[in-house]
Structure formats: structure tokens, C-alpha cells
Design a protein around this ligand. Sequence first.
Ligand SMILES: [Zn+2]
Length: 245
Amino acid sequence: MKYVMKPEKVLAVTLLIYLLYIGFQLLAMNYPSSSDKLRIAQENVPYATVQRADNLWAYYLINAENPLPRDFTVGLDYVQGNFMLDERCAGYARKMIEDAAADGVQLTVVSAYRDVQKQQENLEAYTRRLIGEGHSSTEARRLAEKEIMLPYTSEHNAGLALDILTPDWWESHDDVTADFENTEQFRWLSENADKYGFILRYPKEYENVTGIIYEPWHYRFVGIYYARKIKKSGLPLEYFYKTNF
Ligand SMILES: [Zn+2]
């Protein structure tokens, strides 16, 4: 005998399927889809989508052994006041300053892009100052070059570096000094600078590798991808660049 479903059974099954369908729709409304979850994760972790290729132009060494080419030029954009950086990373710096301010931390830029002429003047002025403090001219020059790079060898000449202090720094200091590390600005930067593509370029333990004294105020743009990796590695750019490219 052929089985035929009774009309009331057909109705019951149809109703059940319909209720299950409505139920799933309601559940879907309360739970984000997988693409929504991904979006939420990315919003909370701004560098989640950052690729190695992003801002690869900024990932190179500038130091005494690796000077900028003599015909180096750069397009500039404002970061804070009259201070400018390479126009390709100025926006990252502005966002960093803005977000720090939203956290109640005022980052004051005291140096950014410097042309090579200014670099030369700074070096000479600092050498004169050290001579004034009693150093011989050779010694003064040697000491000055440990703090102020020769023209074409400074990241400031490339428009990739920012020196950042507190707004009231000069009220209690007449120089940029390592005690900047005791400020809330430094703490904020240590925690967040990598999210905007900046690294603490001259760490404390690696003066012999970078050739530069510990500079807690100096931040270098390398792009978010590498900033994050370099921060995690704890290594200076010189070492990281050679081993992890
Ligand atoms: Zn600097």
C-alpha cells in the first residue's frame, strides 16, 4: 500500500520547518557572521590587516654606513606646527599624536624633517658647545657625532624620524636627555608607537650596534608591519634588517 502523508501532518512538518527557519534567522541577528567577526577583530587590532608590502618604501637603513644618496629628495607634509615628515608617513604621525591626545597624553614634536644644511649647522653648533664645555676640538667633534649624525646619515634628513618630548620639557631641561623615559609620553609611545608604524630607533642596550646613544625621544617610521615585528624582537633596526628581511 502506498504511504500518503495526512494533510495535518504535512501542515505540521511545514510549520516546524518554518519555525526552525525563523529561529535561525533570529539567532543570526544576535550573533555576528564570520565576516563581521573579522571586521570587529580588525577594528580592535588596527594592524591586523597590515601586509609586509605596505610601506615597504620606508623599510631601509640610514646610518653612518648607509647614507642617503646625494640627490635625495622627499615630498613633505605637516605633522605638528611647522614640523614635517615624508608625506607618505605624515598622516600616521598625525594620527598617533591625535590618538595620544585622546588618551590625555600630549606629544610635543621638537624635531622632524631636517635638510642636510640644517643637519650640518646642528652638528657644528653642538661641537662648539662641547668645546665651550672644555673638550678639545677633536674630542668635541667625536662626541658630537655620537649624538648628531653627519649630513645624509640622519633619519631626520629622510623625513622619517620624529623627536618627541613633553610640552613643558624646556622648563626643566636645556637639552634632550634620557630621563624622557620617565614621562607618560614615553610610556604611551612604548606601548603604542608601533601601531602607527614607528619604532624606538636607538634602544638602550644597543648603542654599540646603532652607533648612537640611547634616545628615548627619537621615533622612526618603518611602516606598521615592521614596527610591530621589530618591537616584538626587541632588536635595533640594524640587526633586524640584516637578519629578518
Ligand atoms: Zn632624532
